[in-house]
Ligand binder design. Sequence first.
Ligand code: SF4
Ligand code: SF4
Length: 213
Amino acid sequence: MSDGVMSVGEGTRIFPDVEACIDCGGCVVACKRTWDVPRDEQRISISTMLEGQEGADGMNAASGRALEAGENPGETAIPMQCYHCSDAPCVSVCPTDSLIKTDGDFVDVRDDLCIGCQYCLSACPFGAPQFPEEDEGAAKLFGTGGTMDKCTMCEERQDVGKGPACAEECATDAILVGSPGEIADEMEKRDSGVFFNDVAMNIIFGENAGEFA
Ligand code: SF4
Ligand code: SF4
């Protein structure tokens, strides 16, 4: 396993260390290759803000901590994907219960129930839901916006003890996988600041958000 994957299985989370991300796109390639994702779709994408700008502590440095201090974070690359939120707004709004929490506490899409209404896309703070052009199942019947697709947390890989492909192949271990406590400890060990605000952290980690000091 990569150093970013500390444990897999029930109750684990996936979370970016934005101070470690170098915007190389390795995670995007790993995901697409592993799951044969269509060319025009990405289950993970790198959102780069303030490109080319130097932050308070220089280029690509301490952006999370700079933001916490109210300073300019400078260029920051954020791996955006489904974080399998504890308090998932997408699950709350889906009118057909296509989105469910699994026994492992991950968020799954039941393709056959999705009608392509895209409510989940409006509800998700992280832009995770994708809508490939091809409609399937109920979305085909309704002729709406395509069946929702997103990161599966590589549950099939986890079943055989492997971490999600994006995290395993990240050259700088910028994608962390483990229990909320393990992720918080690793961030602290690295002295990496959390880039998301308290509302987002509560959505992702629920009652465990307090582990991130
Ligand atoms: S709200 Fe977005 S990131 Fe959170 S579980 Fe739903 S799709 Fe994933
Ligand atoms: S697009 Fe599908 S998964 Fe998303 S809210 Fe609508 S029915 Fe649920």
